[in-house]
Design a protein around this ligand. Sequence first.
Ligand SMILES: [Zn+2]
Ligand SMILES: [Zn+2]
Length: 152
Amino acid sequence: MLRKKGKQWYGDDLADLRQEMLRYSAKSYRIGCDYAPVCACGGHNFFLGADDEEDGAALACTRCGQRGFVADSERFVKDEILDDEELCECLCGQRAFEVIVAAALYADTTDVRWWYVGCRCVQCGLVGVYADWKDDGGPFEERLRPPEAPSG
Ligand SMILES: [Zn+2]
Ligand SMILES: [Zn+2]
């Protein structure tokens, strides 16, 4: 169940996180679909690379370190954003999150208007939207994109 402490919301699970994200998105573009990323190794806790000034977000599995971009984020952020000092941190100081990636769609399509990345701290349960940005209208995809292998 979601509960408020001070200005922050805390939740027990992904359902609570989803509820908080819906509340957040109701102010702008309402979320139409979402998924909870799971790594190929089965891990479902992630470090988050995101930046207040940039669009996009990248995730790294806390279990095996595999990195992935949310949708078209590679256009905006480099995977160096997942290097240690750049990682997003919860108010409690902890950096592993359960994650939901959600999208607002254009009417009657599966084309994405806006992406949202929401996180739930695995330690204190704080839930919130950590990143959101406008898509050019690419189709919704329920996976992270692996970083391109360096060319040349
Ligand atoms: Zn993994
Ligand atoms: Zn926390």
